[in-house]
Design a protein around this ligand. Structure first.
Ligand code: SF4
Ligand code: SF4
Length: 488
C-alpha cells in the first residue's frame, strides 16, 4: 500500500550509496567488542531520564504511516477473556476439574473452547497433572536459591490500586461530593484544542514516570467481549463498550534491566507492572479532575481490552514474532497500561520502522524459547487479523514449571531490539530502521548470536523436567541468595 510507506525511507540504491551496507556491517562488527562492553554499562540504563520524555528520542515522525502495520482480513471478533486468555482460563478449568474431572461438567464456554482447541486441553491437563507436581518436588530441593528474587518480586507487587467494581457509566465519571447521596457530576472544563490537551497529557504522563506515551482512537475490536475474571464485574455478563471510551492513552515503563536480563528465574514483570499501573491510576485521576471520564486498564486482572494492538495504533511500536510490541526506545522490554477517556485528544499515527522485516529472518526468540510457544513460521489469521500468534498455553506451562518468580521474559532478554540505550545500539537501530535491503537485519542478527549467545533452551527447565535451572545471564549481585542468606 503506497500510503503505508514510511515517509523518508531511502530507496535501495540511495541507501547503499549513502551508507554502504557492507561497510556498515563491517564497521559494526569491528565495533562489536566495544559495544558488547558498552552495552553492559549500568549507566546506560534504558529507563526514562528526563521529564520531557527524554528516552522517546527516536525520530518517529519519519516513520509514521496512515494505517496501522497489521493486516485486517475480517470478519473480526472481540476476545473472550474467559477462554482465550490462559491466565483466566486455567484457574477456572482447575476449579471445575478438581470437583468433577469431566468435560461435560465445565462451563459451556470452556467446553466450546476445548472442542475447538483440543491441543490446549492437553496442555492444561499436563499443567495440573505433570508440571505442578514436579515443580513442587523441585521447589523442596532447589527453591531457596531464588529467595531474594522472590522477595524482590513481592516488594514490587506490594502496591496494588483498588479494583473497579462499578460499571463504567458510574466508575469512570468524576463525581464530587460532600456526603452520602449528595455527590454530583463534575462538569468538564472547556479545553483550548485537542492538540494542546494531548501535549499536556503526555507531559503529565512523563512527569508521572512513563517512558512511553502514545494516544490512539479506541478500535472496538480490541475490547474484550466479557469482563476479565478478577476485574470485579460479573465475567459472564457481556461487556458493552461505553460511548465515552473514545480514546486510549498508553503508558509504558521498562522492566529493571539486570533481573530481566538474567531470566527466567530472577526476573519479575512486577517492577514495570506496578509503575505503569500507578501512572495509569494517577493519569485517570488527573483527567477526571478536569471533568472528563477516565478508566485505567492495568496489569494483573484489571484490563477490559488488549494492550498490544492499541500500542500499535498509538504509534509506539510494531508487533513482533514473539507477539510482543517492539518499540524503538525500549525494544520489547516494557510493561504497559491504558487509560480510556473521552477528553478530546489528537491521536498519534502508527509507525513502521522495520520490525516486521527484521523478525521475518531473525527468529532468535523462537529458537531460545524453552516452551516452543513462539512460531518459526508465518503469520496466521486470528479473529480477523493476520499476526504472529503466540501459543499462550505452551508459554504459561513453562511459567508454571520453573522456580523463582512465576513467569519468563526470555523472548525479551534475547531480542536484538532489547539493548541498552548506548551510542552503538542507537546507531544499529537507525541503520536497521532505514535499511530497505534487509542486509543489515541479517548482519545484526548474526552479531546478536555471536556476542549474546544463550544456553540450550532445554536447560532452562527444572531438573525433574530434564533441565538445569539455567539463566540467560548471571543474576545481579543483589539477587544472589547464596551470598546473603545462611540456611540452617
Ligand atoms: S515468556 Fe518464555 S516461554 Fe513464553 S514465549 Fe517468551 S520465551 Fe517462550
Ligand atoms: S528475537 Fe528476533 S524474531 Fe524475535 S521478536 Fe526479536 S527481532 Fe523479532
Amino acid at each position: 500500500m503506497e500510503q503505508n510507506k514510511p515517509k523518508t525511507k531511502f530507496s535501495r540504491r540511495s541507501f547503499l550509496k549513502a551508507t554502504g551496507a557492507t561497510s556498515a556491517v563491517l564497521g559494526l562488527s569491528g565495533l562489536g567488542f566495544f559495544g558488547y562492553e558498552a552495552g553492559r554499562d549500568p549507566a546506560s540504563y534504558t529507563g526514562w531520564k528526563t521529564f520531557e520524555g527524554g528516552d522517546q528520542t527516536f525520530p518517529r515522525h519519519r516513520f509514521t504511516v496512515n494505517e496501522p502495520p497489521y493486516e485486517k482480513v475480517g470478519p473480526t471478533r472481540r476476545v473472550d477473556p474467559r477462554s482465550e486468555i490462559v491466565f483466566s482460563r486455567l484457574p477456572t478449568f482447575v476449579r471445575y476439574w478438581r470437583q468433577d474431572p469431566r468435560i461435560e461438567s465445565l462451563p459451556e464456554h470452556l467446553q466450546k473452547y476445548y472442542q475447538e482447541h483440543p491441543e490446549d486441553l492437553e496442555l492444561d491437563l499436563e499443567n495440573i497433572k505433570v508440571l505442578r507436581p514436579k515443580l513442587m518436588a523441585d521447589q523442596e530441593k532447589y527453591g531457596r536459591t531464588f529467595l531474594l528474587a522472590e522477595a524482590w518480586s513481592e516488594a514490587m507487587a506490594a502496591v496494588v490500586p483498588p479494583r473497579i467494581t462499578e460499571p463504567p457509566e458510574k466508575a469512570d465519571f468524576p463525581y464530587v461530593g460532600w456526603g452520602r447521596g449528595q455527590e454530583k457530576l463534575r462538569r468538564p472544563y472547556k479545553l483550548k484544542s485537542p492538540a494542546k490537551t494531548s501535549r499536556l497529557i503526555k507531559k503529565i504522563a512523563h512527569e508521572l514516570g512513563a517512558t512511553l506515551v502514545g494516544i490512539a482512537r479506541l478500535n472496538p475490536d480490541w475490547v474484550f467481549q466479557y469482563p476479565i475474571p478478577g476485574r470485579g464485574l460479573d465475567p459472564n455478563q457481556p461487556l458493552e463498550i461505553p460511548s465515552h471510551w473514545e480514546y486510549a492513552i498508553v503508558v509504558g515503563t521498562p522492566m529493571s534491566w539486570d533481573p530481566m536480563y538474567a531470566n527466567p528465574n530472577y526476573g519479575t514483570s512486577e517492577d514495570a507492572y506496578s509503575i505503569s499501573r500507578i501512572i495509569a491510576y494517577r493519569l485517570a485521576a488527573f483527567i477526571k479532575y478536569l471533568g472528563y471520564a477516565a478508566r485505567p486498564h492495568t496489569p494483573g486482572y484489571s484490563y477490559d481490552l488488549m494492550v498490544p494492538p492499541i500500542m500499535i495504533d498509538a504509534g509506539l511500536g510494531e508487533q513482533a514474532r514473539s507477539s510482543i510490541v517492539i518499540t524503538p526506545e525500549l525494544g520489547p522490554n516494557f510493561r504497559a497500561a491504558v487509560v480510556t477517556t473521552n477528553i478530546p485528544l489528537k491521536p498519534d499515527k502508527p509507525i513502521k520502522f522495520g520490525v516486521e522485516s527484521f523478525c521475518k529472518t531473525c527468529k532468535i526468540c523462537a529458537e531460545q524459547c524453552p516452551s516452543g510457544a513462539i512460531t518459526k513460521g508465518d503469520k496466521v489469521v486470528v479473529r480477523g487479523y493476520r499476526k504472529w500468534q503466540l501459543h499462550a498455553a505452551k508459554c504459561y506451562n513453562f511459567w508454571n514449571s520453573n522456580l523463582g518468580n512465576m513467569g519468563c521474559r526470555l523472548c525479551i532478554a534475547v531480542c536484538p531490539y532489547t539493548r541498552k540505550a548506548n551510542w552503538l545500539h542507537r546507531a544499529a537501530l537507525n541503520l536497521s530502521s532505514n535499511d530497505p535491503t534487509g542486509l543489515s537485519h541479517d548482519a545484526l542478527t548474526q552479531l546478536q548470536k555471536i556476542f549474546y549467545p544463550g544456553p540450550n533452551p532445554q536447560d532452562y527447565y527444572i531438573p525433574s523436567l530434564g533441565g538445569k535451572n539455567a539463566s540467560y545471564r548471571r543474576p545481579p549481585w543483589w539477587l544472589r541468595t547464596e551470598d546473603f542468606i545462611e540456611f540452617e
